[in-house]
Design a protein around this ligand. Structure first.
Ligand SMILES: [Zn+2]
Length: 359
């Protein structure tokens, strides 16, 4: 094992043993909102077309409190690139994403994470797809290792079996593995309970197991509690910042009754705005999850830097962006920013402030 790799292993696992580690995700949604990535295919072409914007977003998330810079290789796999007719760009896209992330991680002293994800073609009943999926993981993990990652994230798997395959490839490469599943329904796609899935992943050598994406804080926390109880290893929790419920547990299942303008009535994926969690809700989630003993925390699709900062602060971190954390005492109407005002102006402001918050 190289000196580098030894230090890397100590990096993530030692940090988790000490306390919370924040990993910002949600690059697809954020860059789609900004107009540099297409919803639907959701391929991170932006890493080749506007690398400066990807670098900037990495820096914004670190500024907000992320301890990890996750290379933007989510859906930069062979199947997705084939779908959009850019298979020839597979390797350049992966290497570019890894180089951008490495630059920011090295500049900021954060951890560099490689990333692989659900391939969209895995079929447990078809051995041919299993072979294809393994080859897809191997090529991406190989590029991540060559780029000097500190650990590798395998994420958003509906099938635990596909996650186990990803885990095997990551461990074969000698890397620390963070494996997170996507809980679309009450069980995994093969019908396993979340506790069972977590146990199997831990037994297969995962260093961190958990959930990411798909569910908001309210519908993810109960599943996390079951997973936390089921394993001894560290657990990861990275919900989407949307108000999912018991009846509508995934962001795919949210229906917006506030308008009649949605195709098919589905808010997913580009009309979820009315369901967005505020910072207080994300902070409450962070405190609850950390209170359960979950140390690897983040926010997935839909997250903005303000969510990441709220999460980081909720678990006792002091990110650089904390300098600008809200202080409403300085507000001219709702605070005490009365410098230079006469008694009459102050009384009038108090009256006006009271009036405008009333319906
Ligand atoms: Zn996501």
């Amino acid at each position: 094992m190289s000196k580098n790799k030894t230090a890397a292993k100590a990096g993530l696992m030692a940090r988790l043993d000490r306390g919370p580690v924040i990993c910002a995700e949600g690059y697809l949604f954020e860059l789609e909102r900004r107009g540099y990535l297409q919803a639907g295919a959701y391929v991170p072409e932006v890493v080749l077309e506007h690398p400066e914007l990807v670098e900037q977003l990495h820096r914004e998330f670190v500024h907000a409190g992320s301890d990890v810079v996750e290379a933007f290789t989510y859906y930069a796999h062979r199947q997705k690139l084939r779908v959009i007719g850019r298979e020839k760009d597979l390797k350049p896209m992966n290497l570019a994403a890894l180089a951008i992330a490495r630059k920011v991680a090295r500049d900021t002293g954060t951890l560099l994470a490689g990333n692989i994800c659900n391939t969209t073609i895995y079929d447990p009943k078809d051995p041919a797809t299993i072979k294809t999926v393994r080859a897809m993981f191997e090529e991406q993990v190989g590029w991540a290792v060559d780029s000097g990652v500190d650990f590798i994230i395998g994420e958003t798997f509906g099938y635990t079996q596909e996650a186990l395959l990803a885990l095997d490839v990551i461990k074969q490469a000698g890397q620390v593995a963070v494996i997170t599943l996507a809980a679309h329904k009450g069980r995994t796609r093969e019908g396993w309970s979340w506790a069972n899935a977590a146990r199997r992943l831990e037994q297969a050598g995962a260093d961190v197991v958990g959930l990411n994406c798909t569910r908001g804080p309210a519908s993810m926390l109960p599943l996390l509690a079951a997973m936390r109880k089921a394993v001894k290893c560290h657990v990861a929790a990275l919900p989407v910042p949307y108000r999912t419920t018991r009846a509508r547990p995934s962001f795919q299942s949210l229906t917006d009754h506030g308008c009649a303008c949605l195709p098919g009535g589905h808010a997913f994926p580009i009309a979820l705005d009315p369901f967005t969690c505020n910072r207080f809700e994300i902070a409450a989630f962070g405190a609850a999850a950390y209170g359960m003993g979950i140390h690897y925390l983040g926010v997935c699709c839909g997250a903005g830097p303000h969510h990441v900062r709220a999460l980081a602060e909720a678990v006792g971190k002091r990110p650089p962006a904390m300098r600008y954390t809200a202080d409403m005492s300085k507000h001219y109407l709702f605070g005490r920013a009365t410098l230079g005002k006469t008694s009459r102006q102050k009384a009038e402001d108090r009256r006006f402030a009271k009036a405008i918050v009333q319906a």
